[in-house]
Design a binder for this molecule. Structure first.
Ligand code: AMP
Length: 276
């Protein structure tokens, strides 16, 4: 696996390569990231892993400063999963002096994460557009953990005719259900235990739907009760359409239950699809 820093080197490496798969990441790899790299390896001729802690998508300065980084470890893990190229550009390579363009996606990007993290999705959409143009992959791999990010990226790709397939892989969880996240390493032992309430709350909502519950308001309270028992107050618990992120009042088909909550110093997100 080669490590490259600039767009000229990436373009040279992907030229004539056949089916090119791109795995966008911010590093600090866990099994969630590795599942994306393995999926790319299984279906593509050339696998490019993008590693860039994108400053413009952090609305909280301390989150950016404390974001875990370990490029050497990430490079070894990516190579172990069969990646061909680790593209780890500098901030100046991505945002050279004079950079002045922002991609904003309306609607989907304004609710939930968008409402609680002002500017976040403009940062995401802009860097993803830029990355897709730099690498020009046939397919890009994303995790269902960031379900709203997937919806925003799909909207942008369709609206701007970016001509890339989007593959979405399931959420990889710890044995106790906590969704893997690079930020989990910042949880203390007691916070780590309490954080399992996020997944338990979502599972309680799914159990309620299986038992016949169709009222989104009841599902939200079901999740909030489980969180409260773990001394966690959610930033939001929402029941939405998985594609448009429009609110759902009554469960009639595939529906996403999504939440965000602070556990100690760490802001975590999780989601689960439910269906009648
Ligand atoms: P990040 O490095 O956090 O920006 O994530 C890079 C990619 O990995 C995104 O597409 C995430 O949705 C995905 N990802 C993060 N955590 C998980 C997980 N637990 N399971 C599956 N995919 C994940």
């Amino acid at each position: 696996m080669r490590i490259v820093r600039d767009v000229a080197a990436v373009r040279a490496a992907v030229a004539g390569a056949g089916r090119i798969g791109l795995v966008p990441t911010m590093g600090a790899f866990h099994e969630g990231h590795l599942s994306l790299i393995r999926a790319a390896r299984a279906t593509c001729d050339l696998v490019v892993v993008w590693l860039f802690v994108n400053p413009t998508q952090f609305n909280d300065a301390s989150d950016l400063v404390t974001y875990p980084r370990d490029e050497e470890r990430d490079a070894a893990l990516a190579a172990g999963c069969g990646a061909d190229l680790l593209f780890a550009p500098t901030v100046d390579e991505v945002y050279p002096a004079g950079f002045a363009t922002t991609v904003t996606v309306s609607g989907i990007a304004d609710v939930l994460e968008g409402a609680h993290r002002p500017g976040h999705f403009a940062g995401v959409a802009t860097v993803v557009a830029k990355m897709l143009n730099m690498v020009r992959p046939d397919v890009a791999f994303f995790g269902a953990k960031d379900a709203q990010q997937v919806a925003v990226v799909r909207r942008m790709v369709a609206d701007l005719d970016l001509g890339v397939e989007i593959e979405v892989l399931p959420i990889v969880r710890e044995a106790d259900g906590l969704a893997m996240s690079s930020r989990n390493v910042r949880l203390g032992p007691e916070e780590r235990r309490r954080a399992t309430a996020l997944h338990r709350g979502l599972e309680a909502a799914r159990t309620a739907v299986t038992g016949g519950e169709r009222d989104a308001g009841v599902l939200v309270r079901t999740v909030e009760d489980v969180l409260a028992a773990g001394a966690i107050t959610a930033e939001y618990v929402a029941v939405v359409d998985p594609d448009s992120f429009a609110p759902v009042a009554t469960i009639t088909g595939r529906t996403l239950v999504a939440l965000a909550a602070r556990v100690g110093p760490v802001r975590l997100i999780d989601n689960l699809e439910v269906a009648p």
